[in-house]
Every structure is written in structure tokens, then in C-alpha cells.
Write a protein that binds this ligand. Structure first.
Ligand SMILES: N[C@@H](CCC(=O)N[C@@H](CS)C(=O)NCC(=O)O)C(=O)O
Length: 190
């Protein structure tokens, strides 16, 4: 099994954590230029990471990769509540990625721009609900939604994208999981 990705992507890191105890090869690419982009283009026309190659089968998108791995490893499917948690996490993560790409492109984001306002409103509403869910213990276990939430929050902190003011349960959740071996082994700061 080959996992194509980058060490900084929170979407890739989720899958690396899921695969921590499964033999696989991690192919770390610079997805934006040079040979890394050429390899990505040859594997995945969406030009996004992660993607997985297994016995000649390509799988695109972290969510589909996770579902493929559940089947392959004979693990039970997610519940509908967990699927919804994942949708909330993905929505926040996608909006953060969009705002980060604006910043990297040197485009100044202002709150009166519709595109920027929509991303920021989505980030506020999803993080607020995720914080409430963390408060009542919904992310106390270390299943896939918790892994995805951790890689999102850790990436937000790493890239200094949001102060997480008032989101104390998310901060506590982040702190509680930051010493896990598979978490430190995939730290984007290293
Ligand atoms: N829905 C996708 C999102 C993946 C994604 O947005 N990956 C980012 C890196 S964090 C990417 O490849 N961006 C490249 C681009 O947008 O051109 C998934 O869950 O795999």
C-alpha cells in the first residue's frame, strides 16, 4: 500500500495515524511544484492529497480512503453521528485550507468579501459545535473522528490560523492527545 501526501496536510496526517500499525509506504510530495506535482498529477487528477494506491487500485479523498481501509481491515463502519462529526470537521478544515491558500497567494482577505465571510462563518459555526461536542465527551475515544479533529486543531495551531478563543474544550482535547506516539511521529513541525 502506498500513501501519497505531504507531512503538513491535516487530511494526510489523519490517514497516516490510521495506518500507524499497518505496513505501508508514505510518499512525501511537494504537491505544488516540480517532481512532486508531476507524480501527484500522474496519480490523482484532482491534484489533492491524500491518495492511496493498493494493488493497482487508486483511492482519492481521505474520507473514501478511510472507508476503504475499514473494509480492508475488517473494521465496523462509522455511525451516522460519527459521519456527521466528520462532515463538521471536514467543513472547517476545507474552509481553513481555502483561507490559507489565499494567504499563501498573497491575496489580502477582508471580511467584506463574500468568499471570506462564508469561510469564516462556517469555521465559527462548526468549531463552536465541535467544542460543545468535546465538552460532553464525544471525542473522548481515539476513533477516526477524534483523529481527524486532532489533526485539524493541531494544524490550525501550527499555521497560526485561529486563536481558538473560548473554545476551551477543543484546546483541552488537543492537549490531552498531543503526546500520543502516532501523533508525535507525524508532527508537521519535524
Ligand atoms: N476532501 C479532500 C481534501 C484534501 C485537501 O484539500 N488536501 C489539500 C492539502 S491539505 C490539497 O491537496 N490541496 C491542494 C489544492 O487545493 O490544490 C480529502 O479529504 O482528502
Amino acid at each position: 500500500m502506498k500513501l501519497y501526501g505531504s507531512t503538513t496536510s491535516p487530511f494526510v496526517r489523519r490517514i497516516r495515524i490510521v495506518l500507524a500499525n499497518t505496513e505501508h509506504e508514505f510518499i512525501n510530495l511537494n504537491i505544488f511544484e516540480g517532481e512532486g506535482r508531476d507524480i501527484l498529477a500522474s496519480k490523482n487528477p484532482t491534484l489533492k492529497v491524500p491518495c492511496l494506491e493498493d494493488d493497482g487500485q487508486m483511492i482519492f479523498d481521505s474520507r473514501v480512503i478511510h472507508s476503504y481501509l475499514l473494509t480492508k481491515l475488517d473494521l465496523p463502519p462509522l455511525t451516522w453521528d460519527q459521519e456527521n462529526q466528520l462532515t463538521l470537521i471536514d467543513a472547517a478544515n476545507d474552509s481553513f485550507v481555502q483561507l490559507f491558500m489565499l494567504k499563501r497567494s498573497g491575496i489580502e482577505a477582508t471580511n467584506d468579501q463574500l468568499f471570506v465571510r462564508l469561510q469564516k462563518e462556517r469555521i465559527a459555526s462548526t468549531l463552536s459545535l465541535l467544542n460543545e461536542m468535546a465538552e460532553v465527551g464525544e471525542f473522548d475515544g481515539w476513533g477516526y473522528p477524534s483523529i481527524a479533529l486532532f489533526t485539524l486543531i493541531d494544524w490550525v495551531e501550527f499555521r497560526e490560523l485561529h486563536p481558538l478563543t473560548g473554545l476551551d474544550a477543543l484546546k483541552a482535547f488537543h492537549h490531552a492527545n498531543s503526546d500520543r506516539i502516532e501523533v508525535t511521529a507525524t508532527d508537521p513541525r519535524d
